[in-house]
Design a protein around this ligand. Structure first.
Ligand code: KIV
Length: 266
């Protein structure tokens, strides 16, 4: 029997130079599919605000919603490591609230939490780690700061910004995070960050030098085509496939071809 992937397993993979594979999941059915494909890490991302709830950004996702989706994913995932995003305003305020919210996500079955930011939340990260809550950081283009960043724009284009990013990731590493997601930064910037720290870097739109890669499941499967960023590779066209299947179902019903005898009880 294979036990659930642990943070230590991830660290070992990284030390052995093996890439870490992470994909988002929001419900039990997809969690089972992702796990059967052998993916190391499932992220219950607050991107669910956009791809599941149809919102413009991730800001309105609540703690209760994250707990609900984390429970579904963690109940279905038996082997993959499950990481839950801490939603906007669940860790930016009071330190006690931040720890309690992170702990609630672990009580729902997550092994770790992910949060966006660096210096402004170092005290919360240290406290979580101190209390046994593994933390993954998220820097570069941080979607919860979309308004401050003026949109979903590539970050760290200037060397001075890359230097600051390297310093931030070093500070996060010292505070105890076990990995960092780097989103939408130039490949060279991600390479510099990756070389500067021992913790694994997981890229999304951050080039090939990262220690692992993450994609939003609905992007990867071609289910969500509202906006397809440059860094997305669609490995399937499930939206088109789904529409085709549904049109066929509609035609069959309208033509009286469904249900046939084999789909009916005697
Ligand atoms: O919410 C999310 O899906 C994420 C990934 C884009 C890394 O944070």
């Amino acid at each position: 029997m294979k036990f659930r992937t642990t943070i230590t397993d991830l660290q070992k993979r990284n030390q052995q130079g093996k890439k870490i594979v992470m994909v988002t999941a929001y419900d039990a059915t997809f969690a089972r599919i992702v796990e059967e494909a052998g993916v190391d890490v499932m992220l219950v991302g607050d991107s669910l605000g956009m791809v599941v709830q149809g919102k413009e950004n991730t800001l309105s996702v609540t703690m209760e919603e994250m707990l609900y989706h984390t429970t579904m994913v963690a109940s279905a995932a038996k082997k993959s490591l499950v990481i839950a995003d801490m939603p906007f305003l669940s860790y930016q305020g009071d330190i006690d609230d931040a720890i309690k919210n992170a702990g609630r996500l672990l009580q729902c079955g997550a092994t770790a939490v992910k949060l966006e930011g660096s210096l402004g939340i170092l005290d919360r990260i240290s406290a979580m780690v101190e209390f046994g809550i593994p933390v993954m950081a998220h820097l570069g283009m941080t979607p919860q700061s979309v308004h401050q960043l003026g949109g979903y724009r590539v970050q760290a284009k200037l060397q001075s910004e890359v230097d600051r990013l390297v310093d931030d990731v070093k500070a996060l590493e010292s505070a105890g995070v076990f990995a960092v997601v780097l989103e939408a930064i130039p490949a060279d910037a991600a390479e510099q960050v990756t070389a500067a720290v021992a913790i694994p870097t997981i890229g999304i739109g951050a080039g090939p030098a990262c220690d692992g890669q993450v994609l939003v499941l609905y992007d990867l499967l071609g289910l969500f085509d509202g906006f397809v960023p440059k860094f997305v590779k669609q490995y399937a066209q499930l939206k088109a496939e789904s529409i085709k299947a549904l049109r066929e179902f509609k035609r069959d019903v309208e033509d009286g071809k469904f249900p046939s005898g084999s789909e009916s009880y005697d």
